[in-house]
Design a protein around this ligand. Sequence first.
Ligand SMILES: Nc1nc2c(c(=O)[nH]1)N[C@H]1C(S)=C(S)[C@@H](COP(=O)(O)OP(=O)(O)OC[C@H]3O[C@@H](n4cnc5c(=O)[nH]c(N)nc54)[C@H](O)[C@@H]3O)O[C@H]1N2
Ligand SMILES: Nc1nc2c(c(=O)[nH]1)N[C@H]1C(S)=C(S)[C@@H](COP(=O)(O)OP(=O)(O)OC[C@H]3O[C@@H](n4cnc5c(=O)[nH]c(N)nc54)[C@H](O)[C@@H]3O)O[C@H]1N2
Ligand code: SF4
Ligand SMILES: [Mo]
Length: 743
Amino acid sequence: MALRICPLCEATCGLTLTIEGTQVTDVRGDAEDVFSRGYICPKGVALGELHADPKRLTQPLVRGEDGSLQPASWDEAFSVIRDRLTAIVGEHGPQAVGLFLGNPNVHNLSGAFYLPAFIKALGTTQRFSASTVDQMPKQVACALMYGTALSVPVPDIDRTDYFLMLGANPLISNGSMMTAANFPGRLRALRKRGGQLVVVDPVRTRTAAAADQHIAIRPGSDALWLASLALLLTGEPTLGAAEPWIDPEEWQQIVTRLEPFTPEATAPLTGIDAATTHRIAGELRAARSAAVYGRMGTTTSGFTVDNATTPLATLTSWLIDVINIAIGSLDRPGGVMFPLPVAGGPSTEGTPGSGHGVQIPGRRRTRVRDLPSALGEFPTSALAEEIDTPDPDTGERIRAVFVIGGNPIVSTPNQTRLTHAFKELDLLVSVDPFLTATSSLADVVLPVASPLTRPQHDVVFNNLAVRNQARYSPAIFDVPEGEKDETEVLAQLAAIAAGMASGHEPTPAQIDDLIAYTVASQACTDEASRAHGRTPEELLEAVSHRAGVDRILDVRIRSGPYGDGFGSHPDGLTLQHLIDNPHGIDLGPLEPRLPEVLRTRTGRIDVAPSVLLDALTDASRLLSDQSPPPRFTLVGRRHLRSNNSWMKGLPTLTGGSNTPTAMIHPTDASDLGINDGAEVVVTTPTGAITLPASVRDDVSIGCVCIPHGWAEANVNALVGVETIDSLAGTSVLSGIGIDVRPA
Ligand SMILES: Nc1nc2c(c(=O)[nH]1)N[C@H]1C(S)=C(S)[C@@H](COP(=O)(O)OP(=O)(O)OC[C@H]3O[C@@H](n4cnc5c(=O)[nH]c(N)nc54)[C@H](O)[C@@H]3O)O[C@H]1N2
Ligand SMILES: Nc1nc2c(c(=O)[nH]1)N[C@H]1C(S)=C(S)[C@@H](COP(=O)(O)OP(=O)(O)OC[C@H]3O[C@@H](n4cnc5c(=O)[nH]c(N)nc54)[C@H](O)[C@@H]3O)O[C@H]1N2
Ligand code: SF4
Ligand SMILES: [Mo]
C-alpha cells in the first residue's frame, strides 16, 4: 500500500495505491485525505495503467541517418543536443532557441524547481507555453489588479451561498484555477446547505444540468453580459473588505465606462434577455455570500460577427473580479479569497502589501507580428511563424526548440503550419515519456520515468486551493536502471546550456546545488520569509539530509508562511511534518489576506487598469453591430475519461463514449440532413476535419461542440493563429465561425 497525491489534474486528490512488486494493482481514493476525502475520478483510477504502460518510453530516441527515430544511450542523446545547440547558439545566438512548456510541468516539482535554471542558462527569451491556450487572461487580469501572476482569488465554494460559474465544467474537468478536490462532493454540500449554482454556458454540460439554473449564452459574449451585470452592481457597490484598498476615483471610471452596456443593449448580442440579467444581479446582491468564477470558456473564447472574431478574454476575466468586488465578495468567507500556499508563492514573497506589480502589455515583442509578451512569455500562436519566417535582412529565426512536457502539434492552433515549422528546425528536442504527434517529429526524445518514481507536492496549485492544506507523497518506486527522473534530465539540460555559456560544463549535481543555493538565498533575503536574515549556508546545512526536489521543497516549506523558520517559529512546519502526516495536514478554510496579499506598486487594488478600461470602451463598439452570429460556431469540451492529448490508449480511459464527435443540435442536424453518428466535415479557412456527429439538444442551436486533444480529428487543425487576446497573448479556441457539411 502507498499513498499518493494524483499528479494528473489540478484537483490534487489523495489516492491509495495497492502495490505488488513494481506494479500497481489497485487505485482508490484515500478516504482519510484531509482535502479530497476519498474522491477519485477515472483518470486517477488509470494511474496504475499509466505507470505500467508498455508504450511509455524507457530510453532516449535519436533521429538516425535514415530519418527514423532510433533508441540511443543517454550519453549519445545528450551529445547530439550539446553539439547541435552549441553550433546553433554559436552562430545565431541564444534567441535562436525557443521553448514550449506544456501542462504537466505545473504538476511536477521538477518542472517548478529545475526548469527556471535551464531557461536562465539558455539565455533565451523565446518562451512559449500552454498558458496562452489556457488561463493566461485570468492571470494577466489578476496580476494587474493584485500584483502577481498567482494572486488569483478563488471561489470559497465550501462556504458560498451563491456560485455563478461561466464557461467551466468542473463535474467533468474537476476544476481549474480553483483546486478543489472532490468538486462533486463540494457541490452536493453547497446544495444541501441551501446554496445555489448558476451555470452560464452555451452547452448544457453535466455541470449545467446539475445546476439550479443554466443560462445559455452566445459564445464569446461573456464580457458583454458581465459588463451589463457590472453596470447594475457597480453604481452602489458594497465593496466590503476591499473598500480601503480601492481608489474611489478609479472605481468611478469603471462605472462611467460601463454606461453603454445596459442589459437591453447587450441582450441581442449575448442571447440573455434583460430580465434575466436584472434577476441575476438581484440574486448576487441579495445572497448572503456569492462567488463569481470563470474558466476555459471565458479565457479562450472570442465573439464572432461576419467571421471577424473579437477576443475579449482578459476583459472578461477582469469583469468577473470587478463584480466580486462590487458585491463585497472579495476576501470574504463565501466569496472569492486568496489561498495561503504552504511552500510559499508569488503572493507570499517580497514586501507584504506592495511590490513591483506587472507591466502589461509586456516589454518584449515577437519578431514577426510584433505581438507583446505577457508575464514573461510570448503567444503560443506565434511560435510557428517565429520558426518559418526568417527576418528578410538578417535571416534570424528560431532554429532549435525544446518542447518540455507538451504536445503543441495537438494542443495549439494550426496543426498543419506548426508541423511544417517543426520540420524546418535544426534541432527539436522533446522531453516526453511518450511518442506523440509532437515528439515523433523531434530529433531527440528524452523520456522521463513514471510519475510514481518522484515525490509529489503541488507547489503551484496550493496557490489556487479552496482550502489551505499541506500534503506530500514520497516516490513509491525507484527509477528503474537505465531510466531517468525528470529532475536528472532537466539538470543535465541546464548543465549543457550553462556549459555553452561559460565554456565549462558543470555536472548535474552542481546544477542541483546551484538551484538549492538560489532558493535558499531567496528565502534569506526575502522580507516576508520566515528565514529572513539567515544565511543560505545555514539553511542548506539544516536540510543536508535531503536531496533533489525534496531539499528545495523543505527550504520552501520551512521559510514559507507556515514554516518553522529554521527555528524562529518552533511550532511551524517542515517537510518532515508532511512526511509524518501522509493523509495531509489541514490548515483550515481560507482566511482574509487583504492588504498583506497585495504586490502592486500602489499598495492598493489596481481596480481599473487603463488597458482594461480601454478594452471595455473598445468592446462597447460591438454594441452597435447587431449582425447575427455565424451559421455555426465552434465550442470546445472535455471528456471525463480524457486528459488533454495524452493517456488516450489506457484501457480504463478507452472506448465507450470517449471518442471525438461534433455535438450538434437536432434542429441543425435536420437542416443539414444528418442523423446521429453520421460523418460530418467541419471546415474553417485554416483546415478541415471529419468526425461523427452526435445529435443532442444539450448544445445551443448554431453551436457545434468538439473536444480537443485528439490527434486524428484535431480541433486545432481548424483553429487559426490570427486571433489572439492582445493583453494576454492567448489564442481564441472557442466561438469561431465554422462550416459544417455531411461528409
Ligand atoms: N482547441 C483547444 N485546444 C486546447 C484546449 C482546448 O480546450 N481546446 N485546452 C488547452 C489547455 S487547457 C491545455 S492545459 C493545453 C495542454 O497543452 P500541452 O501541455 O501541450 O498538451 P498535453 O496534452 O497536456 O500534453 C502533455 C504532454 O506531456 C507528456 N507528459 C506527461 N507526463 C509528463 C511528465 O511527467 N513529464 C514530461 N516531461 N512530459 C509528460 C505527455 O505525454 C504529453 O505529450 O491544451 C490546450 N489546447
Ligand atoms: N477529464 C478531463 N479533465 C480535465 C482535462 C481534460 O482534458 N480531461 N483538462 C484539464 C485542464 S488542462 C484544464 S485547463 C481544465 C479546464 O476546466 P474547465 O474550464 O472546467 O473545462 P472545459 O470543459 O474546458 O469547460 C469549458 C466550458 O466552457 C464552455 N464554453 C465555450 N465557449 C464559451 C463561451 O464563450 N462562454 C461561456 N460562458 N462558456 C463557453 C464550454 O461549453 C465548456 O463547457 O480541465 C482539466 N481537467
Ligand atoms: S480528479 Fe484529478 S487529481 Fe483527482 S483523481 Fe482525477 S485526475 Fe487525479
Ligand atoms: Mo489546461
